[in-house]
Design a protein around this ligand. Sequence first.
Ligand SMILES: [Zn+2]
Length: 88
Amino acid sequence: MRNYKKNYSCSFCGKSGVKLWRPPMDVSPLACASCSEQLQVVPTHELVVDLCKEPRLIPAILDEDDNFEDINFASAEDIEQWAFLPTK
Ligand SMILES: [Zn+2]
């Protein structure tokens, strides 16, 4: 069961219940859109996955077992559930 409530919060401000991003090769730190912007990791408008270039942050999508999964392997349903979360 995907659980975007438990243990799914921003590593910087602790915000939960929103979309979070993570580094491409790691599962931490998790960053919300506001912190990504504030830390100038990546501006919010760039938090859209462009599969043509190496992203600095990728969507922290959970699979059915609450493990982070690669967006390339995520099911449409998994992506949908993540996309359903508010951005901020
Ligand atoms: Zn944050």
